[in-house]
Design a protein around this ligand. Structure first.
Ligand code: NAD
Length: 260
């Protein structure tokens, strides 16, 4: 059923997005890979996927802070691949600092990349999904789309925002065969959180591995980080026909973090 469909995964040059790209390509899903990589490296990555999985691929390095670049990305995706059937809004970044001194430019960046970019990609892919009577939109939120933590004003605001956006879009396309969900992960072992781990290691004079354990167990009862591939496999399930009634949901995958 999924073989031959096309997925656009924002931020698929690293972490969760890259792992998801592997999981979807294994099923014969064509890929639009995207992320902040030099053009030549992005093209090489796309070629690697095409050869390994025998799928069609495309790379685009659009900076998601720029709506015009997102429009070019979406047009290029449809022109080269024919459609975007599966949209995974995954790209994101973090900055941790108390709200009193939180830099305005970091706030603007995080809101633009972690929230507004998803509005633009959804707006530009939804009409075709509705016309085809099938589509899957998966937004990578976070437990921070459901609860707050100190020093994460922009991130928590953006992630709560994307959970809200998910609900509205799901309601608006429920009759058109398009499902829209947010996944709300706890800690996932990716480069995104290395700075936070590094800060703990420095402040508490412990090793990187010890700091990692401290970070995970501070709030998450399950004392281990998820592997990014676990998120990719959940995304694959949400794309399946068995998941056609799951829509408008914010789905925690958080080692019981939000059970408390
Ligand atoms: P990562 O740092 O490994 O990957 C981030 C991706 O986003 C990269 O491909 C990067 O190029 C892209 N990106 C960043 N800024 C961009 C910009 N301006 N324009 C275009 N692309 C840009 O991070 P990750 O952990 O894989 O994060 C993926 C998503 O998962 C994010 O939305 C993040 O908030 C969410 N998340 C991560 C965790 C975690 O513990 N790692 C937990 C919950 C949610």
């Amino acid at each position: 059923m999924l073989n031959g469909k096309t997925a656009l995964i924002t931020g698929s040059t690293s972490g969760i997005g890259l792992a998801t790209a592997h999981v979807l390509a294994e099923q014969g899903i064509n890929l639009v890979l995207h992320g902040l990589l030099p053009e030549a490296e992005g093209i090489a990555l796309a070629a690697e996927f095409a050869e390994k999985y025998n799928v069609k691929t495309l790379f685009d390095g659009a900076n998601l802070m720029e709506p015009e670049a997102i429009e070019t990305l979406m047009t290029k995706a449809v022109t080269h691949m024919g459609a975007v059937d599966i949209l995974v809004n995954n790209a994101g970044l973090q900055h941790t600092e108390a709200v009193d001194t939180f830099p305005t430019n970091k706030w603007d960046m995080i809101i633009a990349i972690n929230l507004s970019a998803a509005f633009h990609t959804i707006q530009q892919s939804l009409p075709r999904m509705k016309a085809n009577g099938w589509g899957r939109i998966i937004n990578i939120a976070s437990v921070h789309g459901l609860v707050g933590s100190i020093h994460k004003a922009a991130y928590v605001a953006a992630k709560h925002g994307i959970v809200g956006l998910t609900k509205v879009v799901a309601l608006e396309c429920a009759e058109h065969g398009v499902t829209v969900n947010s996944i709300c992960p706890g800690w996932v072992d990716t480069p995104l959180i290395n700075t936070q781990i590094g800060n703990i290691a420095e402040q508490q004079d412990v090793t990187f591995e010890q700091a990692k354990y401290k970070l995970v167990t501070a709030k998450q009862p399950l004392p281990e980080m998820m592997n990014p591939r676990q998120i990719g496999e959940f995304i694959l399930f949400l794309c399946s026909d068995s998941a056609r009634s799951i829509t408008g949901s914010a789905l925690p995958m958080d080692g019981a973090w939000t059970a408390q």
